[in-house]
Design a protein around this ligand. Sequence first.
Ligand SMILES: Nc1nc2c(ncn2[C@@H]2O[C@H](COP(=O)(O)OP(=O)(O)O)[C@@H](O)[C@H]2O)c(=O)[nH]1
Ligand SMILES: [Mg+2]
Length: 416
Amino acid sequence: MSQPLQSQLSDVLQKLESLLERVPETVAKEVRQQIREFRQILVDTRAPRFALVGRRGSGKSSLINAIFGQKVAEVGHEKAQTGEATWWPYSGELGSIDILDTRGLQEGSRPSEADTATSPVESILAALREKAPDIMLFLIKATEADAGIDNDLDALKTISQTIEQVHNYRPPVMVVATHCDTLEPKNVRLHKPEEENPDDVQEKLERVTVIENLLRAKFEADPYLKESLITVLGVSSYQSWKNDRLRSDERWRIDTLLDYIFNELPKEGKLAFARLSQIQTLQESIANRLTQIVAAICGGIAAVPIPFGDIVPITALQISLISAIAYVAGRQLSPETAREFLTAIGATISAGLVLREVARASIKFLFPGGGSVISAGIATSATLGIGKAATAYFIQNLSLEKARQIFEGERKKAKS
Ligand SMILES: Nc1nc2c(ncn2[C@@H]2O[C@H](COP(=O)(O)OP(=O)(O)O)[C@@H](O)[C@H]2O)c(=O)[nH]1
Ligand SMILES: [Mg+2]
């Protein structure tokens, strides 16, 4: 995440936490819980980490490019792996992921370059001890799924057990059958089924299913691997590049794959992944979660009997919610621009709203119980409206007018 946004968020959260110290523990506890999740998603955000297991040519580099929709890895020409295998950051315009290519483990301890001290196997194990992957992706060509893959499964197990010993964490495994586009009938395009003969498409899909089932059976035959398995999915990662520009895009089911990965990622990795995947449903999922969290925090602060004290952090939180949602969508907003968005959807602290805030603060002061309930409801629904409007505008690319209506609708819902 960008440094300014991150430090802006840290500031807001710090202010909030000092406010909470003056609040009864019963209320504060709930809000602290929400703050913790907000932190995990936004402040502690980091690149997701994937360990790739798959033979040379299985399509590891292509899958990385398919995830980004951008050419970030060299495809096809790969030198024999010599020397150090390390965590490697792959960066696109919208973010990065850390990849550990574990191919050296499958290829055994073949002689490495004379002047390198560590063998590929040793350096892979060292990298795994340094950092645990969030997920392991096991790649195999669909056309090779029925060949012997026992060595590959052994390598996978060694990797998983190493991680488990060191990190006390067993990474989930996603099995990816690549090259599904090359199955018979060969020239039928899975990524453009509407332009193909339905019977041909059906036949090809059935072949994909057969391969998926075969791979699943191999995994499930081993109790250890069975427990780690997320799912088996046939895909095509094929994209053709000319001078790093996309010439043809034959990706198929990559969005499904990304969806599975997203669901398995820890909170710290989800935001970066949703952003760089450019998949709207994943971005919406993060935006909804953030909106719920910030609405709960704002409602929580408003419920607290501290006159005036709640006005500043609530606005600051709403502004950071807007910035965060825009960030997920691949944008960078200054706090000023985020504030302008508030104004544009009619949620700004206009003179009238300030008066109301002051009024309700006094109500709270006079009747702590009753006034608090009213203001908590207002704070929650306004924040929900702001989050939904920002999601509509930045992620779903709807108009500003539509965003304004969504905000209004949420407020009306709360009133009635
Ligand atoms: N048709 C097709 N070709 C693929 C697919 N994935 C990778 N390839 C091709 O397979 C070759 C090896 O891919 P690469 O990603 O370099 O494999 P790696 O050695 O595992 O990194 C390249 O020529 C890719 O273009 C796929 O899903 N479909
Ligand atoms: Mg490669």
